[in-house]
Design a protein around this ligand. Structure first.
Ligand code: CA
Length: 222
């Protein structure tokens, strides 16, 4: 059982979805406005957030960006818009998965289960590699003692690298480990690696532990 926050202004969509999720054993809090979400995430600490893109007050993307400043809660986005650009924007902002409308409640229940399984699969331990420490219990990363503000995907990429130092990962392997399903564009991995490197460099200008292997992928060199 998980506690879910469902943000969807259309009750004709929200009600059957809520029913299906509750039948699957989850506890669901239903919200109608984007402006309520950040405070509720902070107060309720839900296990997962289901977020509609088209909301009456602020866009779901804006809500996601605000949530990500404070929290790494897994986010499943619902949207009527299926254009690749919207999909990519959602992933770039740190969504975990994406379900285009119309969908069956059963499909959403299955995606929720997959995301929760992945979230729980992360081992509760602390990793340290040279100057970088990653606390998997608190999902906190520090570089020479300076906290790094990472997005969810940057964090998961870093954790994947730090669990297997010096192993060369292909982009496809990283996508499989970090993203839940086929994001279809491997440059998404490159984008996140680039921002992760920039954040490490900002904390420690002489540090560049992520190595590029041309034609192969990336590895972590502590
Ligand atoms: Ca809507």
């Amino acid at each position: 059982m998980a506690s879910l926050l469902l943000l969807e202004d259309d009750t004709a969509i929200a009600e059957p979805l809520r029913y299906a999720l509750e039948r699957a054993g989850h506890q669901v809090t239903h919200l109608l406005l984007g402006s309520e979400v950040v405070a509720r995430v902070a107060a309720d600490r839900p296990d997962l957030l289901i977020l509609d893109v088209g909301l009456p007050d602020i866009s779901g993307f804006e809500v996601l960006a605000r949530v990500r400043r404070e929290s790494r809660v897994p986010v499943l986005m619902l949207t009527a818009r299926s254009e690749e650009v919207d999909r990519m924007l959602g992933f770039e902002l740190g969504a975990d998965d994406y379900v285009p409308k119309p969908f069956s409640p059963r499909e959403v229940v299955a995606r929720v289960a997959a995301i929760l399984r992945r979230a729980q699969a992360l081992p509760a331990s602390a990793l340290a590699a040279g100057d970088i420490e990653l606390d998997e219990v608190r999902a906190r990363v520090t570089c020479r003692g300076t906290p790094l503000a990472l997005t969810r995907y940057e964090y998961l990429l870093l954790a994947a690298f730090m669990r297997a130092p010096e192993r060369v990962f292909s982009r496809g392997q990283l996508m499989e480990m970090v993203w839940s399903h086929d994001v279809s564009q491997e440059r998404t991995v490159d984008t996140h690696i680039k921002s992760l490197r920039a954040k490490i460099r900002e904390a420690a200008p002489d540090l560049d532990p992520i190595q590029t292997h041309r034609g192969l992928g990336y590895s972590w060199q502590p």
